[in-house]
Design a protein around this ligand. Sequence first.
Ligand code: C5P
Length: 309
Amino acid sequence: MASSPTRTASGVRVRVPAKINLALKVGAPRADGYHPLATVYQAVSVYDEVHAAWANPDEFDVVVSGEGADLVPLDDTNLAVRAAKLLARTQAPNDSLGASLSIKKSIPVAGGLAGGSANGAAALLACAVLWDLDITADGMRALAAELGSDVPFALLGGTAVGSGRGEDVAPALARGTYHWVLAFGYHGLSTPAVYRRFDELSPNAAPPQVPADLMNALRSGDPRHLARALSNDLEPAALDLQPRLRTVLQTGLEYGALGALLSGSGPTCAFLVGDEPAAVDLSVSLSAEGVCRAVRRATGPVIGARVVN
Ligand code: C5P
């Protein structure tokens, strides 16, 4: 292993997008406790940044700034730290590598937008480049899957079908750019808690399948078509845990959204609109209503984790 000092003297910065699930179909829990999923991910233009710099051998540290920074753990449970350590341990076990990580957050914590997974994916990429490791895309994907169900998609980006527990991703045929308005909740939702409530509400969940109408809508590139095909099996469970989210979704539709759904396990609500002016109008209306903590406009699909200068 050789470092390339010119490139890495000041470290490596990676930008990584949030995701929403255009469809999230969930089955009954497997023997390992995870739920089989058939999901369609789309990466949207809300980004975190992870910077990695050399640290003393075997030393790993992390600082976090920005949106919800105080909610992010700084110990070994931090997904970026876990990613860096996993990479060092598996790819260069004899090199005593270390990394100093810095995360700049715009993706809300515990928002159903895979912010933690995005940080894990970004740290994998940043450290692989920093340490000049010889790792294949397949090798990266395998480590990403070990870190979490949504991490492989954060590396890939775009629009993709996810199966297994969500970690098995394949690009989807999708046309066009979609305009989204994201309404961030006042309080986060715990993903395991939402899945537990799902199990109570849907004890006989059928094996999940990606909806054909959604795949057709994506091929058409027509947002009206896509709006009709959006679905999330976790929505009843999340609404049960945070009933006010029902009002958020209804308000967005009343103000002209083509479609509305909960992102992942929530509480972020995603509204599909026809174009940029409609996104501006809806953002203003939702902010004025005060039904959510903050509103962000975003477009998708965008690319996954990438090194930036
Ligand atoms: O894979 P990840 O660590 O991101 O998952 C977080 C939690 O979400 C899991 O511990 C599990 O409770 C739940 N989960 C699940 N089925 C999935 C994905 C996540 O039950 N397919």
